[in-house]
Design a protein around this ligand. Structure first.
Ligand SMILES: NC(=O)c1ccc[n+]([C@@H]2O[C@H](COP(=O)([O-])OP(=O)(O)OC[C@H]3O[C@@H](n4cnc5c(N)ncnc54)[C@H](OP(=O)(O)O)[C@@H]3O)[C@@H](O)[C@H]2O)c1
Length: 277
């Protein structure tokens, strides 16, 4: 299959493009090649390359930065997605788009299903939701994959931050009132490959299985690495006073993915063990 990966220089894209390249012809493109906010350029690239599938992992992902850079957030996460969808519609291509748990407000106490009503708490979530809406309006042949709490070898992420801080500090303060499912970009990449292969459509939730709070995740990472001298102290999100509000509960129900693929994503504990080794 011929696949165009957008956002290929990002944390997910850098794992995804090589994984897809094993069995497919893949073009990996990022902002240095062209900007997805440029509608004409997006259209031209897709016309010239003629991919069968376009995977859009490109996004403005600085969640706190989005609060003060609202225009950029909507330009990339909403209009960028719309541009890709329009180009796919005009050329008859299939579009896979990455979205987020931050479309939900976290008020649920059971894992979010795809059809649960979104209600984003921050600009990042609102811009990603707007992107989803554009794609659903424009295309019939689309797949939106919502995921969360990503970490991988090629990007700034929570796991590496915890390990770096543990080298310098004896005590780490980590929020204990946000629950989610840490997800390894490598696992997500293989899941995306599977979904492309079966031509899955609609909206799907894909994360590693199980859940924890950031505090529990940090403690687990340090235990795995044998950093027993570092104490992890649970704190409330309000103590950090970050610009963007985050949902307290972000766990997503992945049963639709499991039924479609016949596969269950492995537990987050197994995935982080591999990442740390
Ligand atoms: N990271 C998470 O925890 C998480 C959670 C849920 C969902 N997601 C979604 O998963 C996808 C991948 O996330 P990620 O963590 O891999 O993000 P990332 O590391 O920030 O990668 C995104 C890539 O898109 C590029 N980009 C930004 N603006 C662009 C533009 N206008 N045109 C073309 N490319 C542009 C970025 O370039 P620059 O770096 O130069 O800006 C970067 O290389 C995104 O859709 C994100 O919303 C991520």
């Amino acid at each position: 299959m011929k696949i165009l990966v957008l956002g290929a220089g990002g944390m997910l894209g850098k794992d995804l493009a090589p994984i897809l390249s094993v069995k497919n012809q893949v073009w990996a493109r990022d902002i240095d090649d062209f900007d997805i906010t440029d509608q004409r350029r997006v259209q031209k690239e897709i016309e010239v390359l003629e991919p069968e599938v376009v995977v859009n992992t490109a996004a403005f992902t600085d969640v706190d930065g989005c609060e003060s850079k609202r225009e950029i957030a909507f330009a990339v996460n909403a209009v960028g997605g719309r541009n890709v969808a329009l180009a796919c519609a005009a050329t008859g291509r299939r579009m896979i788009h990455l979205s987020t748990d931050y479309v939900f407000d976290g008020s649920s106490r059971t894992p979010y299903r795809e059809e649960d009503p979104p209600n984003p708490l921050n600009i990042y979530g609102s811009s990603k939701l707007q992107g989803e809406c554009y794609i659903q309006e424009i295309l019939e042949n689309y797949l939106i994959v919502r995921t969360e709490w990503l970490y991988g070898r090629h990007g700034k992420n929570f796991v590496d931050t915890i390990l770096r801080n543990a080298e310098r500090q004896k005590e780490l303060r980590v929020v204990d009132d946000q629950r989610g499912s840490p997800t390894f970009t490598k696992d997500l990449s293989f899941a995306l490959e599977r979904l492309i292969g079966i031509e899955a459509r609609g909206t799907l939730h894909v994360t590693n299985s199980g859940s924890c709070t950031w505090f529990e995740f940090a403690r687990h990472i340090l235990q795995e690495k044998g950093y027993n001298h570092v104490q992890v102290i649970p704190i409330l999100s309000t103590e950090l006073a970050r610009p963007a509000k985050r949902p307290v509960y972000s766990v997503m129900d992945c049963q639709r993915y499991e039924k479609l693929t016949g596969r269950k994503m492995r537990p987050w504990e197994e995935a982080i063990k591999e990442y740390l080794s």
